[in-house]
Design a protein around this ligand. Structure first.
Ligand SMILES: Nc1nc2c(c(=O)[nH]1)N[C@H]1C(S)=C(S)[C@@H](COP(=O)(O)OP(=O)(O)OC[C@H]3O[C@@H](n4cnc5c(N)ncnc54)[C@H](O)[C@@H]3O)O[C@H]1N2
Ligand code: MOO
Length: 399
């Protein structure tokens, strides 16, 4: 089987991957979700001209006063009358500007004597000072959110101010995780002879949740065809991600199980390291991604293929952040697979590959700040040569 270029594999995976549908959510639970449609304001904000300061509402033409005090306008309790020549109304921040007034003088610049307000400071520089005009934030009918916006705290505040209590968002992809292997025991337990802890489940659940998925982790299923088949066929998901058993050993059961279930199937050997074996397929409308079991291979495959796939299904951008940085050390020529070297950044901005590059070494992966990309068949690289890196520290793999 020839090796498939990772970019080609990603392009094939994303070719038909798009948003899955929509749902309407209360604003209180819509944080981080993707707006399914443009949203327009149902209200004008501010709804009326309002004072931006505590002070005195006057007519600019009457400056510099003095002014006869005829009433008060507070937030929620406006002044019903009209300001005439030489008159002023005591006004507070957020209160409606009385009819006839066009300027506010801040209270620090006014001295009050009985029913007369006298300018004691420089006064406002222009007509309209300290007034928020009606609609200066947004007008009814204007666009406040564009389709595809990831709803941050700020967007939720804007939606609420614009008269919305709920918002239509894209449905989150449902991802089911299945780890296979007789040797696996759950995190928090002590492995017996020949056993290892299934670390991949929690790792990938966090990564896919950060990508916007709703993750169901089915935990560990032994190397048993009928148990794996029952796990796969018994789950309702948009994407099933299996971990382990992706290779060609006698106990690598994912492909025969999927074939037995009637899945359409591609098995690729990808020209990358770590993470050569990858299964892609579909069972009805459920997509399937079979990741290799070695923890670093599982993470890098999940990052390069699973993360963009989940993001595409959730209507999110699929590009991983990259940086260009000089090498802190020379590197030998690379082999026939694209390398993703776990590395960190030195204070001078150069990238230093970790000494540990085995696909089962999680400690170096956890410490890594970048993955240096070395294309297949790249010639030796000298110290200082610029390389492209996936910037692990420029995005979050936890929600
Ligand atoms: N003859 C060949 N052997 C292998 C090839 C090959 O092309 N020909 N490819 C190698 C490469 S590269 C990789 S990567 C692995 C992938 O193997 P599998 O996907 O079948 O994974 P397993 O054999 O099930 O496990 C590999 C390794 O990872 C550990 N593991 C599995 N699941 C988990 C988990 N949930 N958490 C933590 N660790 C896990 C497992 O115990 C093994 O140590 O195949 C090579 N072999
Ligand atoms: O795909 Mo494997 O990661 O080279 O061990």
């Amino acid at each position: 089987m020839s090796l498939l270029h990772p970019d080609e594999a990603l392009a094939r995976l994303l070719a038909s991957a798009g948003p899955l549908g929509t749902e309407t959510l209360l604003l209180a639970v819509a944080a981080g979700r993707i707006a399914a449609e443009p949203v327009h304001a149902r209200l004008t904000q501010p709804p009326f001209a309002a004072s931006a300061m505590d002070g005195w509402a006057v007519r600019w033409a009457d400056m510099p006063g003095p002014f006869r005090i005829i009433g008060e306008s507070a937030a929620g309790h406006g002044f019903a009358g009209h300001i005439g020549t030489g008159e002023t109304v005591r006004i507070f921040t957020g209160a409606p500007l009385p009819a006839g007034a066009d300027t506010v003088i801040v209270q620090e610049e006014v001295h009050r004597e009985g029913q007369i307000a006298i300018l004691s400071g420089e006064g406002p520089p222009t007509i309209g000072a300290h007034i928020r005009k009606a609609g200066q934030d947004f007008a009814e009918g204007s666009s406040v959110i564009t389709q595809g916006t990831r709803l941050t705290a700020r967007h939720l505040g804007l939606l609420a101010a614009a008269g919305h209590g709920s918002v239509r968002v894209l449905r989150r992809p449902r991802v089911t995780l299945i780890a296979t292997g007789d040797e696996l025991v759950p995190p928090g337990t002590r492995p017996g002879p020949g056993q290892i802890i299934s670390s991949n489940g929690v790792m990938l659940a966090a990564l896919f949740t950060a990508a916007g998925a709703h993750v169901t982790d089915l935990g560990i299923i032994p190397d048993d065809s009928s148990a794996i088949a029952a796990g796969i066929s018994g789950t309702e998901a948009d994407l099933i991600v299996t971990i382990g058993g992706a290779s060609v050993g006698d106990h690598d059961l994912i492909i025969p199980v999927l074939q037995g279930l009637g899945a359409t199937l591609d098995f690729w050997k990808i020209a990358m390291r770590p993470g050569k074996p990858l299964i892609a397929g579909a069972l009805g409308s459920t997509r399937i991604l079979g990741l290799p079991g070695n923890p670093v291979s599982a993470y890098v495959c999940a990052l390069l293929f699973g993360w963009p796939l989940v993001r595409a299904l959730g209507g999110r951008a699929t590009e991983l952040p990259t940086i260009r940085a000089p090498l802190a050390v020379a590197l030998p020529a690379s082999g026939n697979r694209r390398d993703h070297l776990r590395a960190w950044l030195l204070p001078d901005g150069s990238v230093q590959p970790a000494p540990a590059q085995d696909s089962a070494q999680l400690a170096a992966l956890a410490q890594a700040e970048v993955l240096i990309i070395r294309e297949a068949h790249a010639p030796p690289a000298e110290t200082g040569e610029t390389v492209t890196c996936i910037a692990l520290d420029m995005f979050s793999d936890v929600a």
